[in-house]
Write a protein that binds this ligand. Sequence first.
Ligand SMILES: [Zn+2]
Ligand SMILES: [Zn+2]
Length: 336
Amino acid sequence: MDLVVSRPEGLYCPPGDFYIDPWRKVDRAIITHAHADHARVGHNHYLCAAPGEGVLRTRLGNISLDTLPYGTSTVHNGVKISLHPAGHVLGSCQIRLEYQGHVWVASGDYKVAPDLTCDAFEPVKCHTFITESTFGLPIYRWRSDAEIYAEINAWWAANAAQGKASVLYGYSFGKAQRILAGVDSSIGPIVCHSACEGLNKAYRDAGVKLPETLTVSEVLDKSTYKTCLAIAPPAAQGAAWMKRFGNAYSDAFASGWMQLRGGRRRSNVDRGFVMSDHADWPGLMRAIGATGAEQVIVTHGYVQVMVRWLQEQGLNARAFVTEYGGEGEGEQEPAA
Ligand SMILES: [Zn+2]
Ligand SMILES: [Zn+2]
């Protein structure tokens, strides 16, 4: 009994007659989180975890949306549906489906390490677990957030002491807020690109504590640009928005890809901070083990490596081909 199959429109639950993060327009979609590759416009009806309502509406506008608090359930066409924290971004969820004694969990994107801006990943027991594999290679091992924030703070403070701005590129939804939540705002003012600011508001409205931020139109004193931390999406690199910082600024990129040799050089920035919203290799293995699943289906990322590894561990493992991106590919800025 397959509770989730792959269709041209997206991952589909046959007995429930609904889709999970579909990439083509469908009638009913359950959304794991509001990143652009998982949450698309045009579906007739949406369901998401309650803490994700604000960010989903910020990104998709006026949609027909139901929400479900984490851990509570609803029944649709006989399929019991509940949503559980995925620890990836605000409102991200794993979708647990139960039908005639079979339990499947679709994880969407997830991270097992703690995050100041969202609920912690919850292991959910199931027979079949659908896992992402964005950083599914043994080389990917993240350090603690405390270490990463200390690095960012030291870089910012050193730049500020020299009278130059610290421009940090990170995805406008998730990464930007996670950076904000942990940096030391006593070092100087914080300027945010407008692409981040709308999502900052959705996070604050949801009760996530973020330091005070300014958009460039709110910066009245130009000396702000000499000591500030500026957070902007990668698309701002080389764009007109950067002109206000003059030539004397340092730039950096916060992404899991910064762990790759050459990642920083290819992104053409001064510094790279290895900060990801996805599980690293030990995290993926720990999460998969905790489900107790005998069948694992791998989606976007290093699919073949993960499938082979899991098979070698004695699990029944296979892949779904999806149209989800990885960190930074599907998680671009919305076109508008
Ligand atoms: Zn994502
Ligand atoms: Zn994804």
